[in-house]
Design a protein around this ligand. Structure first.
Ligand code: WTA
Length: 664
């Protein structure tokens, strides 16, 4: 490091606040600081502006119907169609502009570019094909697909005919697919033969077929995209399985009138992990969700139609839904979609793509930034990244060091960094700075967006002093919020509202949304999110339920009991630590360990692989028999242990500690 560089690092290390550059501010979509006050004074009318970003067949009556909390309705009786909003309305002015710039993993493969007109055509053709296969309005269509362009095509085709989609992350296992199809009574599946991962042509259809075998009702039709061509695995399509390309060719030139959907009609389901072993089917609806995705894309990501914008998430997660597909396309911009990983074929792949496509905004995750940091600045330095105007992060807390590295080595100290806190359930961003207005504080996501009432409270619901840790709560509804858990209103109330609301009241003031995150707030109202306070862990930005992993482990022959916690991990943020008790007659050896890891991969997927499997004769339990997870977490993190005297079996703690040390 040169002396000059050393000085710069030292200066950055000390700096706690950063202002957006004048150059950025001069062109930002939102620059009026008054927006916060304005929204507060005109609430919920302030969200009319978000609704105005959309085209409507019929205007709405009321911005918000809060007569039956927490079952809020937004933009009541308005009629619109999401695919019309993401495609048709752009055709006249922007038909020849690129909607999706798809980059495959193999570098010798030609990229696929879809202009708005081309995307519109393919969406229409596939929508017609889906209808012919029997998909009717309100039928849930499951998509089990990696990052291929046919995924957004299928999502938009469903939106066009009013069929909600349920996208299952391609990295999830066959069993996870079956569970989700069963939970949603979904009779249609769109999937593909395989995809590339670090040079290998992975077989995906085998997993999909295995998943289909686990579906407990009739599946009417499956559509298979041929991604791998000659590299494919030679599957013959089964009865009821159709080749995507053939279907589209058979419907060449078809036009499907977008269905007029009610504002509150379901747009999609997304299954996500919660406290219990069963994934939650988060239900998002048409108008509120799209308005939220579009408004936040404009206000926070500063997206303009002429930008080339890139979110490197996977569409199998909510981030990809809101910020690869719906938000950017609603605004008519160019959205980049990349199939592969950042380190293939080399560790500069992302920077090569930024340079080649002159990307304006990059939205990624702290886990990726930690990897970039570890690999070193020489990789971004090989490329011209001067097209970048804004950087964003999402998915987990980002530490100030990683934030500053991103700001300095990717953004060249010119791009504001937005650290955006939100969840599958919130539909879109909730807590973050508005990049043209607010200073940034590395490590803190920032203030709540205008119009949101976020408070950090103690267990009684009283606001905590600045600097003290508490629980994050949202005290007013917002358009992008989930409407319920699919076919389970009761669980919806229990999971998100019961903690801090007076559930007997029909006064919206008495209803508080609890996202199950811990947080603290500073004197300026900036919020630092500390992480989940429920039994959910965050591995590389992926949300996993410890109960789901535990039940996978207990399903392995010879396992009597298991407890899973998140331990700190330098790269992944958190890693899965599994404490396992075996039945008599079984050995805690490598073979057992492998079977346990295999069991987790089969039931959830490789992302949930335990980092450490610790065999123990007992788990630390309270006198009432509850497993002391906090203690297990502290052991995993090699932290000082809290009080262990109240345990039924305090002697086990030391024993486990020794074993964890050996694992590490
Ligand atoms: C965590 C992803 C700190 C949080 C969009 C939340 C974050 C969970 C941040 C939701 C952030 C997300 N800072 N923590 N900027 N963004 N989280 O549903 O714990 O996959 O509850 O949605 O990720 O994960 P989900």
């Amino acid at each position: 490091m040169s002396e000059e560089e050393g000085q710069l690092e030292a200066r950055l290390e000390e700096q706690e606040e950063f202002e957006p550059s004048e150059e950025f501010v001069s062109q930002a979509n939102v620059t009026d600081e008054g927006i916060y006050e304005e929204f507060e004074e005109d609430w919920p009318g302030c969200w009319e502006g978000a609704a105005d970003l959309l085209d409507w067949y019929e205007g709405y009556d009321e911005v918000l119907d809060d007569s039956n909390p927490p079952f809020y309705k937004w933009f009541t009786d308005g009629k619109l169609n999401v695919s019309d909003n993401c495609l048709d309305r752009h055709l006249e002015e922007r038909g020849d502009e690129v909607a999706i710039e798809w980059v495959g993993e193999p570098t010798d493969e030609e990229n696929r570019t879809f202009t708005y007109e081309e995307l519109h055509r393919e969406v229409n053709e596939f929508a017609a094909a889906l209808r012919d296969l029997g998909v009717e309005e309100d039928d849930v269509v499951t998509m089990y697909m990696p990052m291929v362009p046919e995924l957004p095509v299928a999502m938009l085709a469903c939106a066009r005919i009013g069929a909600p989609h349920s996208v299952v992350f391609a990295g999830f296992s066959a069993e996870a697919l079956a569970t989700r199809m069963n939970a949603a009574d979904s009779e249609f599946l769109v999937t593909c033969d395989g995809y590339y991962r670090r040079g290998d042509a992975l077989d995906h259809l085998e997993k999909a077929n295995e998943g289909l075998d686990g579906v407990d009702h009739d599946v009417e039709a499956t559509v298979v995209v041929d991604r791998l061509g000659d590299d494919g695995h030679g599957h013959d399509l089964r009865d009821g399985q159709h080749d995507y390309a053939e279907l589209v060719a058979d419907h060449e030139g078809a036009e499907v009138e977008p269905v007029h959907r009610d504002a509150e009609d379901m747009l999609f389901l997304m299954y996500t992990s919660g406290t219990t072993g069963k994934p939650k089917g988060v239900k998002h609806t048409t108008a509120g969700y799209l308005a939220w995705a579009a408004w936040t894309s404009q206000a926070v990501l500063d997206i303009k139609p002429d930008d080339t914008y890139w979110c490197s998430a996977d569409i199998g997660w909510i981030t990809g839904h809101s910020y690869i597909v719906y938000g950017p396309l609603a605004l008519g911009t160019t959205s980049v979609m990349y199939e592969g990983t950042p380190d293939y074929p080399e560790r500069d792949r992302l920077w090569e793509i930024v340079e080649e496509y002159e990307v304006d905004q990059l939205y990624t995750a702290p886990t990726a930034i930690r990897a970039f940091m570890k690999w070193g600045k020489q990789f971004p330095e090989e490329h011209d990244l001067s097209s970048l105007r804004l950087l964003g992060t999402v998915g987990e807390p980002i530490n100030p060091r990683a934030w500053k590295w991103y700001y300095q080595h990717i953004g060249n100290e010119e791009c504001p960094v937005v650290d955006t806190w939100w969840q599958t359930e919130t539909g879109g961003m909730m807590v973050t700075t508005l990049p043209g207005i607010k200073k940034m504080k590395p490590g803190s996501a920032g203030p709540p967006l205008p119009g949101l009432d976020v408070r950090i409270v103690d267990t009684k619901g009283e606001e905590v002093e600045p600097g003290r840790a508490g629980y994050l709560t949202v005290n007013k509804p917002w358009p992008g919020m989930l409407r319920t858990l699919y076919q389970n209103d009761e669980r919806f109330v229990n999971e998100y509202w019961a903690e801090y609301s007076d559930t007997d009241s029909d006064d919206p003031e008495d209803w508080v949304y609890f996202p199950e995150d811990g947080a603290k707030i500073d004197e300026d109202g900036y919020i630092t999110v500390l992480g989940r306070v429920d039994d959910v862990i965050n591995v590389s930005g992926h949300r996993l339920g410890t109960m789901e992993i535990e039940s996978a482990i207990v399903g392995v022959e010879g396992v009597a009991e298991a407890a899973v916690v998140g331990g700190d991990h330098e790269m992944k943020g958190e890693a899965v630590y599994a404490y396992v008790i075996l039945e008599d007659g079984y050995e805690g050896d490598d073979d057992m360990r492998e079977r346990i890891v295999g069991g987790v991969e089969d039931s959830i997927g490789p992302i949930a692989r335990p980092e450490a499997v610790v065999f123990t004769p007992e788990l630390p339990k309270t006198r009432s028999g509850k497993i002391m997870r906090r203690l297990l977490e502290q052991i995993a993190n090699d932290e000082e242990l809290g009080d262990t005297t109240t345990l039924r079996n305090p002697e086990i703690v030391e024993d486990i500690q020794t074993k964890v040390e050996r694992e590490d």
